[in-house]
Write a protein of this length. Structure first.
Length: 272
């Protein structure tokens, strides 16, 4: 018998802290996210949502620790379960800074366990456990910085996963500084790998150990992929010639957002 656990919030601009919370919640049962609508998020935080509801839902649905996402109506009470949920969860899980007496009282009245995860339990970035590879599928490698994680990255992984199991090689800190200059990366390599490895379309996330545009060369030679996939922005640095030399299919995808979502770039979101 599976146990359903509830988490609730805005999850605006999904970051590693959100994912650590979702991962730890998933250890207690199958996670259902009650996702606040834009107006509800505005009311609870006093700020305009950075991302609209549709984009936030798309990102959460791509997280391997989430079983389902239930968008809430704008008038919903953030401390009660909606009548439309259609199930009786075993627990409602919060972080320490989300915990409140109203939610705890509601859970007590409904016979639902109220669980608060301490901040110490959410620290660090454990190496994501690789998904089981499918021997019947091709092996596709992707590479990148993934410094300000966004829906465009997720969409790229989703599209590449149609061609094979996705192995994402994340650029190590020193090489990102070499390629992009001072101030990069914004987030350390362990955190960036954790973000990428939390996406359900990614079979395994690794950190590169080489240098330059082909910093993933040691990992690629070890993985022996069938496909090296890039988007149009990443079609440079000798990758095409490299693949021809190694007999790897070189796949260039258009940079297109998921249906109904805006185009995203790390530069646009971080502002530089």
């Amino acid at each position: 018998m599976s146990f359903e656990v509830i988490v609730s919030g805005g999850f605006d601009d999904l970051r590693s802290g959100h994912l650590r919370f979702l991962e730890e919640a998933s250890r207690l049962g199958e996670v259902t996210v009650l996702l606040w609508a834009d107006g509800m998020l505005r009311e609870q935080t006093g700020k305009e949502p950075r991302l609209a509801l549709a984009e936030r839902a798309y990102l959460l649905n791509a997280v391997r620790y989430v079983t389902r996402v239930v968008p809430l109506e704008g008038s919903a009470d953030p401390n009660r379960l909606p009548s439309s949920l259609g199930s009786r969860p075993a627990a409602w899980v919060d972080t320490e800074d989300q915990a409140n007496a109203a939610r705890e009282r509601f859970c007590l009245s409904q016979g639902i366990e109220y669980r608060v995860l301490p901040a110490a339990k959410l620290a660090g970035f454990p190496e994501p456990t690789p998904a089981a590879p499918n021997p019947a599928r091709k092996k596709a490698v992707v590479t990148g910085c993934y410094d300000w994680f966004h829906s465009g990255h997720v969409r790229f992984f989703e599209e590449v996963s149609a061609y094979g199991d996705v192995y994402a090689v994340v650029g190590h800190d020193e090489n990102i500084r070499l390629l992009k200059g001072k101030g990069h990366p914004l987030f350390p390599q362990a955190e960036r790998r954790y973000l990428v490895g939390s996406v359900k379309y990614v079979t395994q996330a690794l950190i590169s150990s080489g240098t330059g545009w082909l910093d993933a060369d040691p990992e690629i030679r070890r993985l022996e992929p069938d496909i090296y996939a890039v988007n149009k922005d990443g079609d440079r640095g000798g990758k095409r010639e490299y693949c021809a030399q190694l007999g790897i299919e070189y796949l260039v995808l258009e940079r297109t957002p998921a249906p109904g979502l805006p185009a995203r770039t790390s530069t646009g979101l971080r502002g530089f």
